[in-house]
Ligand binder design. Structure first.
Ligand code: SAM
Length: 290
């Protein structure tokens, strides 16, 4: 079968499950993944012949897509801030909202008058809490190479993937296997503490798509409805002890709990609290200091 006919077949098979734009995006992710063919190559070479063996691979993937398995778990990779991250069912798939949080942190350093000295000195210390694939600390280390970057997760399997991603992206991160809810203090002080902790309440489950609910790690996503801000309270209390003078705490937050999260952080003694929206216009991230 040639690639042009394969495209028609791919669309026909998935049409009842996905929107056309999504199917098209999957198709080109897969032409690149399986055949190293970009969109332009497919247009230029519609007669490119797909071997029987490769056709079997396409069929297997189509049946996985029909179960709404995320394409990133099928190819085993996701892109974040222009970097490639390996992902599996133990790691959350990095989201564009989180890229915006990283962008904010990077900008906050660049806007400092002494950014050049930060670039050169070895003093800036960064801690990411709940690191998953390692997308936040690895990207920050790439953007601010002189920083010392540490990252915590409770999941040893997620950390395994994060370590691999650090090696693949050629950066050194100090990964720590730890339950943050049972951490009273840490030995180091940090200039930047960042976290995208679990924040989805059970009552929001009905809004969550099947591909997320059935495949992404619940440990990374959900909190009890009765104490939805548990991680924010715990991390802010910890940050109170381990944030360096003039340090900053950055959070990704639940879009429905912007006001409540700001109030909590204020009550815990933080100042200069800024709440920002994401590209969808939802309350999504907070920066504050002491
Ligand atoms: C929402 S995910 C964020 C992953 C990644 N930072 C990102 O932005 O894609 C939350 C992460 O927190 C971790 N986590 C959950 N409970 C934790 C705990 N008690 N202590 C440390 N990490 C925890 C999960 O394993 C998961 O990797």
């Amino acid at each position: 079968m040639n690639i042009k006919s394969l495209k028609t077949y791919f669309f026909t098979e998935l049409q009842t499950i996905q929107e056309d734009s999504e199917i098209e995006s999957f198709f080109f992710i897969l032409t690149e993944f399986l055949h190293n063919l970009k969109r332009i190559d497919v247009s230029l070479h519609p007669d490119f012949e797909v071997s029987e063996t490769d056709l079997e691979k396409w069929k297997t993937i189509i049946s996985e897509l029909k179960t709404e398995k995320p394409i990133q778990y099928i190819t085993g990779e996701a892109w974040f801030y222009g970097l490639r991250f390996e992902v599996n069912e133990n790691t959350l798939i990095p989201r564009p909202e989180t890229e915006e949080l990283v962008e904010w942190i990077v900008e906050s350093q660049k806007s400092k008058v002494d950014y050049l000295s930060i670039q050169k000195s070895n003093n800036l210390t960064i801690l990411d809490i709940g690191t998953g694939s390692g997308c936040i600390p690895i990207t920050l280390k790439k953007e601010i190479p002189s920083a010392f970057v540490s990252a915590i997760d409770i999941s040893e399997k997620a950390l395994e993937m994060a370590r691999k991603n650090a090696i693949n992206n050629k950066v050194e991160i100090n990964f720590i296997h730890q339950n943050i809810l049972e951490t009273e203090s840490l030995d180091e002080k940090y200039d930047i503490i960042v976290s995208n902790p679990p924040y989805v309440r059970n009552l929001e489950k009905q809004e969550i798509k099947k591909n997320v609910l059935d495949y992404e790690p619940h440990l990374a996503l959900f909190v009890h409805d009765s104490d939805a801000l548990l991680f924010y309270r715990k991390i802010a209390q910890l940050a109170f002890k381990i944030l360096a003078p003039n340090g900053k705490l950055f959070f990704e937050i639940n879009q429905y709990l912007g006001k409540e999260t700001v109030e909590l952080i204020e009550q815990l003694g933080f100042n200069n609290i800024e709440l920002r929206k994401d590209f969808m216009g939802n309350d999504r991230m907070i920066c504050c200091g002491l």
